[in-house]
Ligand binder design. Structure first.
Ligand code: AHM
Ligand code: MG
Length: 337
């Protein structure tokens, strides 16, 4: 059987793409190398003393775990040296990370969540790296300014994630469909395992932290009731599945069909727009899901249409099968009147 490596796949894409210069491929190769290094550490996390809190708190006011630090440091180190970036944004860093003067630069911008779902690491639950690639609009030798980075999700040139689970996977899109690769540890290569992923138009799973029910507004409660009741398009309740690791919940729903919801929290002043971040979590996954035939919304607007006003902006997120997301938007619209 012919096995296609992620590098072959990228080269093929590069040939077809009018914007191909080879620089994009070399950036991706660097990203893949960083993910392999992170994957190796995640896989041996139970064996060595890399678990537990560092005691520090990240820019979002959350406890930082050692593997978060490690993944963040690996990504920054490798990607600063990729020679094709003009700025990096990480969930773990308050400000943009510059490319040091002595290193070559390019016009791509990389935003990432180095280790999504990291509160689950101690329990050996799947975690992942989510990434978004943008391009600066005007050529310049200077470091990118924040205003150049704050682009709508529709302007992403690539996005995807690495999932460190029972096997390590990479799922990405460059706007020409979605492809999934599985790392074969015996040869150290990501091999094409899920070509041209399409998500079911209507799902059978809903994923939400229902423990927050009492904090939600009426629209959110009605939407969740729709999925767990029998009076819906499916004619029976959807199954509830919630890992608490966005990238893992998203991946399962992408393959099986379903909706992931992280709504605004009406009672927690710290979460008026929910918990998830627009640029490093919602937008990249929205690009993937739209390319797979699904949808992503904040309850009103498509996620990809939202213009960020800050690097760490948060956004309510409803993402997954198209008809399920449309239903949530319909319910929100009704309640807004
Ligand atoms: P993080 O691990 O990068 O901080 O991401 C936030 C995580 C998501 O992976 C997950 O969907 C969500 O937090 C779960 O939050 P909650 O415990 O409030 O349901
Ligand atoms: Mg995250």
């Amino acid at each position: 059987m012919k096995q296609v490596t992620v590098t072959e796949h990228l080269l093929l894409h590069q040939k077809e793409s009018p914007m191909a210069t080879g620089r994009f491929t070399s950036m991706f190769n660097e990203l893949i190398l960083a993910a392999k290094i992170i994957s190796r550490e995640v896989n041996k996390a139970g064996l060595v003393d890399v678990l537990g809190l560092t005691g520090e708190v990240n820019v979002q006011g959350e406890a930082v775990r050692k593997l978060d630090d490690y993944a963040n440091a690996v990504l920054i180190h490798r990607m600063q040296r990729a020679g094709v970036l003009c700025a990096i944004g990480s969930e773990e860093n308050a400000d943009l990370i510059e490319i040091p003067d002595h290193l070559p630069k390019g016009d791509y911008i990389l935003i990432f969540d180095p280790l999504d779902g990291s509160s689950n690491i101690d329990a050996n639950v799947n975690v992942g790296t989510i990434f978004s690639v943008l391009r600066r609009k005007e050529k310049s030798e200077c470091a990118a300014r924040l205003c150049e980075v704050l682009q709508k999700g529709y302007e992403q040139v690539a996005a995807g994630y690495f999932l460190y689970g029972s096997s390590t996977m990479m799922v990405y899109t460059t706007g020409r469909g979605v492809n999934g690769f599985t790392l074969d540890p015996s040869v150290g290569e990501f091999l094409l395992s899920h070509p041209d992923i399409k998500t079911p138009e209507r799902g059978k799973i809903y994923s939400v932290n229902e423990g927050y029910w009492s904090f939600w507004d009426e629209a959110t409660r009605e939407a969740v009731s729709y999925f767990k009741g029998s009076d819906n398009e499916r004619g029976k309740p959807y199954s509830a599945r919630y890992i608490g690791s966005l990238v893992a919940d998203f991946h399962r729903n992408l393959l099986y069909g379903g909706i992931f919801l992280y709504p605004a929290d009406m009672q927690d002043p710290k979460k008026p727009k929910g918990k998830l971040r627009l640029m490093c979590e919602a937008s990249p996954l929205a690009f993937v899901i739209e390319q797979a035939g699904g949808a992503a919304s904040d309850g009103e607007r498509p996620i990809l249409d939202i213009e960020p006003t800050e690097l760490h902006e948060r956004v309510p997120l409803f993402i997954g099968s198209k008809r399920d997301v449309e239903k949530v938007v319909e319910i929100y619209r009704k309640h807004k009147k």
